[in-house]
Design a protein around this ligand. Structure first.
Ligand SMILES: [Cu+2]
Length: 339
């Protein structure tokens, strides 16, 4: 399917699917939040947001963890079974009036957050319902034939069962590993795999943030950036948390093209566990820098209620959508964290 980038300005949306070259030449018109009208061939700053047309719900994705179908194997180990279906013909309105052909695992970008405990057996029934070849490559420790690189899964219903022991403890990405890899990733074939320690982690309000970008005009540069796909989403729909409550964010950088991304938190610092593989934090900071697929766990508590920004301190990224807000409600509890 060709480029699916069009602008719905005004009352009725008429679907137009121009060719790539036409789309790159054509000046598009966008309305900004402040009511200004901008014309551009691709770069869109702060577009209007309208929730009704978005298929993917970043609110739901944020705290949705999939533990699979659980059973016990003869050797006593826990088996967690998941089904993941790849498709590459979906269109998503990733920003108002901007329609993009996303490639999806289970219908969304990112795909489902998969969660297991260290030592569990993870079985992924993978079905490729796309028109192109796809695989799932998990980061982590597993046999070579479960690496999702050489065992290409054919289009139109190809199947493969990935099975491995969950480990090491931490937060890991999974993504398609078919060439051209850049395209298969930037179109959306990725998700998060969390491996919990056997002893668990302290109770917390947990959430997942996948830092991603979208190249809607196919020039190998991102036009939009986001935490969880939809630009500016958490700025317009602040993430509600409570004072004194431990917040744990599993953050994974899946931005392509740009060598680095970063994350700055306002009014606070966080304990940071790179890759989440250690139970002792490596940093206490308000800024981390992440290259492709770098990830980790952030932990923090807010003492003071109010609105706090979190965003890329690479200003270009935050101006193109990678910015959000925590709305901290007063729970009457003061934190002793980090002091
Ligand atoms: Cu693929």
């Amino acid at each position: 399917m060709g480029i699916l980038l069009f602008v719905a300005l005004g009352i009725s949306a008429v679907l137009v699917f121009p060719s790539i070259s036409e789309a790159q030449k054509e000046q598009k018109t966008f309305v900004t939040h402040t009511g200004g009208v901008i014309k551009t061939t691709g770069e869109v700053l702060d577009p209007v947001y309208s929730v009704s047309t978005v298929e993917f719900d970043p609110e739901k994705y944020l705290r949705e963890f999939n533990y699979g179908k659980i059973s016990t194997l003869e050797n006593g180990k826990t088996l967690r079974e998941f089904t993941i279906i790849a498709e590459d013909d979906k269109v998503q309105e990733i920003s108002p009036g901007v329609f993009f052909n996303v490639w999806t695992f289970n219908g969304t970008v990112p795909g489902p957050t998969i969660r297991a405990t260290e030592g569990d057996i993870v079985r992924i029934n993978f079905i490729n319902n796309g028109s192109k070849e796809h695989t799932i490559h998990f980061h982590g420790i597993h046999p070579a034939e479960m690496d999702g690189v050489f065992e290409i899964v054919g289009s139109g219903g190809g199947k493969f069962i990935y099975e491995f022991e969950a480990g090491p403890v931490g937060v890991h990405p999974y993504h398609c590993h078919v060439m051209p890899l850049e395209e298969h990733i930037v179109r959306g074939l990725y998700g998060v795999f969390i491996v919990d320690p056997r002893e668990g982690r302290p109770s917390a309000d947990e959430m997942v943030m996948v830092l991603n970008g979208l190249d809607t005009d196919f020039d190998a540069e991102n036009n939009f950036y986001a935490a969880n796909t939809i630009p500016f989403y958490y700025q317009h729909h602040p993430i509600q948390i409570n004072t004194g409550e431990l917040i744990r964010v599993y953050v994974v950088n899946m931005v392509e093209f740009d060598p680095i991304n970063n994350l700055h938190l306002h009014g606070n610092l966080y304990h940071y566990y790179p890759t989440g593989t250690d139970t002792v934090p490596s940093f206490y900071t308000d800024m981390i820098t992440l290259s492709q697929t770098e990830r980790g766990i952030m932990e923090f508590k807010y003492d003071y209620p109010g609105k706090y920004l979190f965003h890329a301190h690479k200003v270009e990224f935050s101006e193109k959508g990678w910015v959000g807000l925590f709305l901290v409600k007063d729970s009457g509890t003061e934190s002793q964290y980090g002091t």
